[in-house]
Design a protein around this ligand. Structure first.
Ligand code: NAD
Length: 512
């Protein structure tokens, strides 16, 4: 009898037992050329959205600071990182992954404290991030081009993948460490040097990477981390002539702006932007599994997620029953104190986002949708909370079915045929991800082809192994990150042609 193959043991976090949550805000400089320097610009305070307390004190990098960071990156690139061996880069990345695991407690605490996500979720995101660094190490050692041996007897050609140079990496506040880990290790694996700017609301965990990477053996200057607003620091990065590529994750409006600025100097621009993702449940689906995924998709990170399953599309045969179960289950999602182990939803990131989401709830009501759950909100000990909110009787043209709300608001729409589901799903202009639950293989295959999105999940949602590329189409972005492609994004293709004799004069030729 065959013995069962042992199951993969997931890697466990190795905790730094010594980490004690700080009592006061931590003061940071900016990280340039492998050392902390005091930025020239104004002070910025990042606060905990759950209690309003200051977590980090940052210094805004001015245009002059960004200039220093870009020059440091270019020098490090030219001095040897760009031509270093894959083996060396892989070693650094693997040591970085180990460093992330060793400091997981501290990273998770700051991630929670600045973004307002539940602590348990933050810990899981740090572990997932470490896996991305592990995976990028495998790519550093397997970058290849193509060879062309069929061009003639004395003619051989090849393509080389070469690092693009200095990349400007700009990230948002909602998954700060996960998103920098979707970009930075892949850029480093490719041999690029970088200037990184996290969101001014959530810079701590990215800043902690500076010394961690140095300890992992990354040469000074390869990774520079600047902090500050988009208006000052981000703009300087987009415009600096030494940044050959812009890798941006954030809102569609700022992404469009980054592309316009990049176009002036013909920079390569890679954009991961907003979404209004459709999550489809067919009559023949495994409804229990779909229910869990629909709740996770709609309310993870209090809905402040680009991948949010913000539109739940239910087929008529199960719509009433499934909506009822969805509403009942969402009613019991624990909202509140981010340190509690059972909590699933924390506060809104800030007052502007809180007001924006409440505004959309009013819009939904005035558009004629039925508020089936939530719409309730409260301010408590400095945190601003919105309960899981669900609208039914939503039609596809309503603003709550078209625009990214970025909060715990889910719009339920119904449909009869698969064709109708595709029409609704593809009607927003966004195209980040989509999901479908069905027991019918032919429907699943059709959906995989017809849903206009960078990722289509079939009988799952929010999965994302490091091997698989991620990105959007339409208003959700351009380019891909993670996976092999994630590394190749940071590279150019160079064509090299050899002739070993047999060159036929073809221009001035024998006349000279
Ligand atoms: P945002 O666009 O306001 O900011 C993102 C980053 O850009 C921040 O670091 C910010 O400081 C910087 N920035 C702002 N203005 C800038 C400018 N003029 N020049 C250069 N940089 C500038 O987005 P946000 O509020 O931080 O994040 C939420 C948005 O991000 C949502 O739309 C969400 O869907 C999207 N997002 C997308 C993905 C994805 O992978 N597709 C992932 C997470 C978040």
């Amino acid at each position: 009898m065959r013995r069962p193959f042992p199951k993969d043991e997931p890697k466990r976090l190795q905790m730094s037992a010594s980490f004690v949550p700080p009592k006061a805000a931590k003061n940071y400089g900016i990280w340039i050329d492998g050392a902390w320097v005091s930025g020239e610009g104004q002070e910025i305070r990042a606060t905990n959205p759950a209690n309003g307390q200051a977590v980090s004190v940052l210094h805004e990098a001015t245009e002059a600071d960004v200039d220093l960071a870009c020059k440091s990156a270019r020098a490090a690139f030219e001095l040897g990182w760009g031509t270093s061996t894959g083996e060396r880069r892989a070693e650094v990345l693997l040591r970085a992954a180990a460093g992330i695991r060793a400091n997981a407690e501290e990273l998770a605490w700051y991630e929670m404290a600045e973004s307002g996500k539940p602590h348990k979720q933050a810990r899981a995101e740090i572990e997932r991030s470490a896996m991305l660094w592990d995976y990028a190490a495998t790519q550093a050692r397997s970058l290849t081009g193509e060879s062309f041996a069929g061009l003639g007897e004395d003619y051989l050609a090849m393509t080389l993948r070469v690092p693009i140079g200095v990349a400007a990496i700009i990230t948002p506040w909602n998954f700060p460490f996960l998103i920098i880990s979707q970009k930075l290790p892949f850029a480093l694996a490719a041999g690029c040097a970088v200037v990184v700017k996290p969101s001014e609301m959530t810079s701590a965990t990215t800043l902690l990477l500076g010394p961690l990477l140095k300890e992992a053996g990354l040469p000074d200057g390869v990774c520079n981390i600047v902090t500050g607003s988009g208006r000052v620091t981000g703009e300087a990065m987009l415009r600096h002539p030494l940044t050959r590529m812009i890798s941006f994750t954030g809102s569609t409006s700022v992404g469009k702006h980054a592309m316009k600025v990049g176009a002036e100097q013909l920079k390569k621009v890679s954009l991961e932007l907003g979404g209004k993702n459709a999550h489809i449940v067919m009559d023949d689906a495994d409804l229990d599994a779909a229910l869990d995924a629909a709740l996770h998709g709609a309310f993870l990170n209090a809905g402040q997620s680009c991948n949010q399953g913000a539109r739940l599309l239910l087929q008529k045969g199960i719509a009433e029953e499934f909506a009822g179960r969805f509403i009942e289950a969402a009613r019991s999602i624990p909202v509140g104190d981010t340190l509690r182990d059972d909590i699933l939803m924390g506060p809104m990131i800030n007052e502007a986002q809180y007001r924006k989401v409440l505004g959309y709830i009013e819009t939904g009501k005035s558009e004629g949708a039925r508020l089936a759950l939530g719409g309730t909100y409260r301010e408590e000990n400095g945190g601003r909370y919105i309960d899981p909110t669900i609208f039914t009787d939503v039609s596809r043209h309503m603003r709550i079915a078209q625009e990214e709300i970025f909060g715990p608001v889910c719009a339920i729409l119904t449909f009869e045929t698969l064709e109708e589901a595709f029409e609704i799903a593809n009607s927003t202009g966004y195209g980040l991800s989509a999901g479908i639950w069905t027991g019918n293989t032919s429907a699943a295959l059709k959906a995989a082809r017809r849903l206009e999105a960078g990722t289509v999940w079939v009988n799952t949602y929010l999965d994302g192994p490091a091997e698989l590329p991620f990105g959007g189409v339409g208003a959700s972005g351009i380019g891909r990150e993670v996976g092999r492609i994630g590394c190749e994004e940071f590279m150019d293709v160079k064509t090299v042609q050899f002739r070993s004799g047999g060159y036929q004069p073809r221009w001035i030729g024998k006349a000279i």
